[in-house]
Design a protein around this ligand. Structure first.
Ligand SMILES: *[C@@H]1O[C@H](CO)[C@@H](O)[C@H](O)[C@H]1NC(C)=O
Ligand SMILES: *[C@@H]1O[C@H](CO)[C@@H](O)[C@H](O)[C@H]1NC(C)=O
Length: 230
């Protein structure tokens, strides 16, 4: 019986492996900001990037649907052991963020899911946790449905109710109501606060059910660029 189970499982695994080829991806993260950021990647960890510095993160896609996030932290201090804190984007006080790392808002997030439906990678820039640093997430490749750029002056034009040290909070973070977090219905409130992020960065995810226009795809495998302050 156990052997039969094993046979069944290995057959299913073989079929899965034959039908979905999983490809690794590389993320070249660059700090173009005039200030130092502490880049974070889960998986990947974290690193301080002064102006102009880059950091390459390789993600081995061992499982289809491997997801991850990349973001910038600002105004951090870390001791020699790699523990400390950041004004935005802090991941539990660690320089090298853990895989399921938190990311304290407000923080602009690059998100990806590798080797998904039809052998495609899925990517987005999310403002669901607010905005701290302008970002571009792209791959110059035939077959990608777009590169994503969110470089509007969201921090400078942030509505007073959403202002936070180092950035601009999403209304869901501030008010935590069904209307702003889209938990009471699929459509979020059509208020000025709810529209603010969408109007500033139409290509980014700005409320939880906003994914039709804001998720991009590329053929699986390749090198993506994440630029802070593009
Ligand atoms: C780093 O960790 C070691 C061992 O836990 C500890 O003794 C040391 O005080 C720590 N250093 C700092 C700067 O916190
Ligand atoms: C860092 O903090 C200082 C003081 O609060 C602030 O003026 C500055 O804008 C912050 N830097 C960034 C990149 O947010």
């Amino acid at each position: 019986m156990r052997f039969l189970n094993f046979l069944l499982i290995s057959t299913v695994l073989t079929i899965t492996l034959l039908t979905t080829s999983t490809q690794a991806a590389t993320f070249e993260i660059q700090n173009n900001c005039a200030y130092t950021v502490w880049a974070a990647a889960t998986p990947g960890g974290g690193r301080r990037l002064t102006t102009g510095q880059t950091w390459t993160v390789n993600v081995a896609a061992t499982t289809a649907g491997q997801t991850g996030r990349i973001w910038a932290r600002t105004n951090c201090t870390f001791n020699s052991n790699g523990t400390g804190s950041c004004q935005t984007g802090d991941c539990g006080g660690l320089l090298r963020c853990a895989v399921d790392g938190v990311h304290a808002p407000p923080v602009t997030l690059a998100e990806y899911s590798l080797n998904g439906f039809n052998n495609q990678d899925f990517l987005d820039i999310s403002l669901l946790y607010g905005f701290n640093v302008p970002m571009e997430f792209s791959r110059p490749s035939i077959g990608c449905t777009g590169g994503i750029r969110c470089a509007a002056d969201i921090k400078g034009q942030c509505p007073p109710k959403l202002r936070a040290p180092g950035g601009c909070n999403n209304p869901c973070t501030v008010f935590n109501t069904g209307g702003y977090c889209c938990t009471s219905s699929l459509t979020c409130e059509r208020t000025y606060l709810a529209r603010f992020f969408k109007d500033m960065c139409p290509n980014a995810l700005s409320y939880p059910t906003d994914d039709q226009s804001s998720i991009y795809t590329c053929p699986a495998g390749g090198t993506y660029g994440v630029v802070f302050c593009p």
